[in-house]
Ligand binder design. Structure first.
Ligand code: PYR
Length: 632
């Protein structure tokens, strides 16, 4: 058809075809590339129709196929002014001043990051975020920020969803220009599970700012401020908003837990403020901050530091709304919450009802009830697409304050335990987790240190060992790699260091690192990484691809190979991404603005002798066939 179109083109027929044809009629010459993309997408659909998507193999099936309802909103040329506009126009000083002027509690919506990381194994796709994004911009411009990037979303988007995290950021930024974007940055661990060379962290932050990131919540998994320096400085240098975190662990009210006391947190907060932080986060990743402790902590912090405070907690215990309300009573400026259908349990507190709880009080927010209800209605439906990734609800009991497991890890570790046949020994795993924490000297547990503690707990239970056996058995065991990393100092130093006997036993005499890991790590070779990444993507060399490759070489390589074979699958509706199509289904796929493919799946043929089957489609009304190998 391309050649036919070419020879039938009026210019060609008029005998004027020269190389100028390319310049005057570029649409003809773009066609093969577009068709190439269409073919790749049809191949993906055919593959999914015949063989299924391995992502959902052996998992509960999502039955919803109709799109989630997108609320109507007034059609204005631009969305109402929001926090991002204030930041753009008045800088960080203007934004901070504005925060100080607000009487109401400001709210960050975590639905697009931590909520699905905690409830749905981080599997929510950009497609479902982008469907509702314009409604956020127009209906909820009063939100302080949208947490929609970082943490585990970076690698899972490529690893499982086969979509670019950078594209997600850029698209959401463009669709919601008025609300601040926010991400979780694991300091020197960037968005990974181990410390990276300093230049990798710096390039990552620069690229994130350029792609549209505003607020960087920077935390160190051992609360080691020295290890936050590189990331914080990078955010400050690139013009981002630096929200430095104190990770909350232990129990301020427990007189026998003295390691993480009020002085510890206040001193840390002061250091972070002195280090240039624009905002302070209290990151309560395990939902351990009780209401009375929140009052004590807020009073001390409001006394001792001047920057606005942003409280993050997980509702694993079911009572964290009371903590947010208690903190709000003490002048908390910003709270994290998630829209109702994506809230509760290991996720954040219910945003809709939190807002209503403060209605008609002096901390009432300006967010609109109906607008938030409509956004929640969308997420209730959208969550149904992710049924395969729903995890068991684990009710927290009093032992939450014993094991102190982060919300994002709680359900995940249970699934790991079940995969090892240890589901019925779950309470033993929780006890082992607490014991390992004590063995390691009582440390902050959050990605990646929480993973090391969890890996060690599973290791002990699976080997019928107790934590004390580690020191007394006299045997050298093959401990998990994450444990060797942690105890070897490659994730940094906890306050007071690791216990010497533990280090000696676990490292079998190898000397641990005592300094900041980044200080002795050679800089990553950016030129080589750019070249290597470009080789994999067959695109122009870029720092963005290079840094992605440096963070996750194998994941990036597999993602690039998927791209090469199937094109960009992010524009597919989630139902079709996970399950393909049913015969007769017709879908519209916007492969880029203004370029829509209408794909109708007709039928699949019987297997050919070579094991392949022909899948019949109509693409924009034209018959198309794709052959795929039936692997069943
Ligand atoms: C993360 O690092 O992904 C957390 O949510 C703590």
């Amino acid at each position: 058809p391309f050649l036919l179109k070419l020879v039938n083109h009026p210019t060609f027929l008029a005998g004027e075809a020269t190389t100028r044809l390319i310049d005057t009629t570029p649409e003809l010459f773009r066609l093969p590339r577009r068709r190439d993309r269409a073919t790749k997408l049809l191949t993906f659909l055919a593959e999914t129709i015949v063989n299924g998507n391995t992502l959902v193999a052996d998992r509960p099936v999502a039955v919803r196929t109709e799109p989630a309802p997108i609320p109507a909103f007034p059609k204005r040329p631009t969305p109402p002014r929001g926090t991002a506009d204030i930041f753009r126009e008045e800088g960080i000083e203007g934004l901070t001043r504005w925060i100080g002027q607000q009487k109401g509690l400001l709210i960050t919506d975590t639905t697009m990051r931590d909520a699905h990381q905690s409830l749905l194994a981080t599997r929510v796709r950009s497609f479902d975020m982008l469907q509702i994004a314009p409604a956020y911009a127009h209906l909820a411009p009063e939100l302080f920020s949208l947490e929609m990037w970082g943490g585990a979303t970076f690698d899972t988007s490529m690893r499982f969803l086969k979509e670019s995290p950078w594209q997600r950021l850029a698209d959401l930024r463009a669709t919601v220009p008025n609300i601040l974007t926010q991400m979780l940055l694991r300091a020197s661990n960037a968005v990974g599970y181990t410390n990276y060379p300093d230049n990798v962290v710096r390039v990552f932050v620069r690229e994130a700012v350029q792609a549209g990131m505003d607020i960087f919540r920077v935390f160190d998994a051992l609360n080691w401020e020295e290890n936050m320096r590189v990331a914080m400085d990078a955010v400050l240098a690139e013009g981002g908003i630096c929200e430095a975190s104190i990770c909350y662990t232990g129990d301020l009210q427990n007189p026998s837990r003295t390691k993480y006391n009020l002085k510890y947190y206040v001193d840390l907060a002061k250091k972070l403020e002195a280090g240039g932080a624009h905002l302070l986060a209290i990151k309560d990743m395990a939902g351990l901050l009780k209401p009375a402790a929140a009052v004590t902590l807020m009073r001390a912090l409001r006394e001792e530091i001047g920057i606005p405070i942003h409280l993050h907690t997980h509702d694993t215990a079911g009572i964290q709304a009371s903590t947010l309300l208690a903190a709000a009573g003490e002048g908390l400026q910003i709270a994290d919450a998630a829209l109702a259908p994506m809230s509760g349990g290991t996720s954040q507190v219910n945003l809709n009802t939190l807002v209503e709880a403060l209605r008609y009080t002096d901390r009432e927010s300006s967010l609109d009830t109906t607008a938030l209800t409509n956004l929640a209605t969308y997420w209730q439906a959208a969550r149904e697409f992710y049924r395969p990734f729903e995890s068991d609800v684990l009710p927290a009991t009093g032992d939450l304050y014993e094991h102190e497991m982060p919300g994002g890890q709680y359900t995940n570790l249970f699934q790991q335990a079940r995969a090892l046949g240890l589901a019925d020994r779950w309470s033993g795993v929780c006890r082992a987790y607490a014991d390992v924490n004590r063995l390691f000297g009582d440390i902050v547990k959050v990605t990646p240190t929480s993973k090391a503690v969890g890996d060690m707990a599973l290791f002990l239970v699976a080997n019928d060992m107790s934590a004390s056996d580690v020191l007394t058995s006299g045997k050298q065991h093959a401990y998990p790699a994450s444990v060797l990393d942690l105890i070897g100092g490659r994730m940094g130093q906890p306050p007071g260091g690791f216990p010497a006997d533990v280090t000696k036993t676990i490292l079998a005499g190898e000397a641990p690192l005592k300094d900041r890991p980044g200080a002795s790590m050679p800089a990553a070779d950016m030129d080589a990484a750019r070249e290597k990444a470009a080789e994999l993507t067959k695109e122009k060399p870029s720092d963005r691809d290079a840094v992605t490759y440096l963070l996750y070489p194998k994941v990036f390589e597999e993602f690039a190979a998927h791209r090469e074979k199937y094109g960009d699958v992010a524009p597919l509706p989630t139902t079709n991404f996970l399950y393909g199509q049913k015969p007769g289904d017709e879908i519209a796929v916007d492969i880029e603005p203004g370029k829509r493919l209408i794909v109708k799946y007709l039928a699949v043929g019987q297997p050919h002798p070579d094991g392949s089957r022909t899948v019949f489609f109509e693409l924009n009304g034209q018959p198309r066939e794709v052959a795929v190998i039936d692997r069943s």
